[in-house]
Ligand binder design. Sequence first.
Ligand code: CCH
Length: 288
Amino acid sequence: STPASSTTEKKKDIDYQQVYNDIAEMLDEDSDYDDGSYGPVLVRLAWHASGTYDKDSKTGGSNGATMRFAPESKHAANNGLVIARDLMEKIHAKYPEISYGDLWTLAGVCAVQELGGPTVPWRAGRQDAFETSCTPDGRLPDAGKKADHIRDVFYRMGFNDQEIVALVGAHALGRCHPERSGFEGPWQEAPTVFSNEYFKAISSRNWIKKTLQDGGWQWVDKNNTDVMMLPAEIAMYNDKEFKKYFDLYAKDEEKFFKDFATVFQKLLELGVPFKGDEKVYHFKRTTE
Ligand code: CCH
């Protein structure tokens, strides 16, 4: 017998389109959860797993899926993401060969597409790591801070101003939860549809300050105080360099979709050690 044979054995082929379909089926299985979709919280999981990347030290990113472990799972920025991680355990039980990094990023792509967003090219290749690879706290953006802070955080990942604004357009989806972030409400009235409504809202509405229960504050729409903007977002909108891209995407949804697809793939692939010959998947929507 050759002891080497077991280690050189090819990993079982995973049908990633089937994984996509299984996640898609899960998205609206609980109509009482938030606005009726798990999509937004899955997009946030994919983003927080990836957005820890530091281009200089080449640490963090989606590769190791280190948010499975404390201390990263307990970082305040990741509050509430246990819901998304638990959902993904059900999928992982069916496909034990898939790495968590691949699974979480695929789920983010699935949620964007199923909720009406663009096709986001996706590749497999992430490898699970251990808790020793957990990133230090503070790598994700702080919603209470100003445009300079947002720039610092995203420049550290390797993004430019236009890419940052395109990425933040994901706030078309989902909402803030007081018990997770201290903020409250969706960014506009259709939080389960991927669209450029976020950009339309920020650029056209009358935003007024609202004091929150815990002593913090956020912006709310004067005409519908249920919808909100984070302090950091209005600060970004008031930054000349950022503003031109907010206004561009408010006017041109097609351009937003195209740019978002490119930059979301880039985000999900930060720090992933691809060999270069990976198959690029363009997943079919369940409605196609
Ligand atoms: Fe975000 N985001 N995000 N965000 N985010 C929150 C929720 C979502 C910031 C702050 C917050 C991105 C960038 C930023 C989503 C996707 C992306 C919340 C509320 C805060 C606060 C959390 C809660 O209470 O549940 C800040 C600050 C930035 C950048 O400066 C980027 C980039 C993406 C994806 C590409 C999504 C989706 C949600 C909704 C989650 C849900 O559960 O509904």
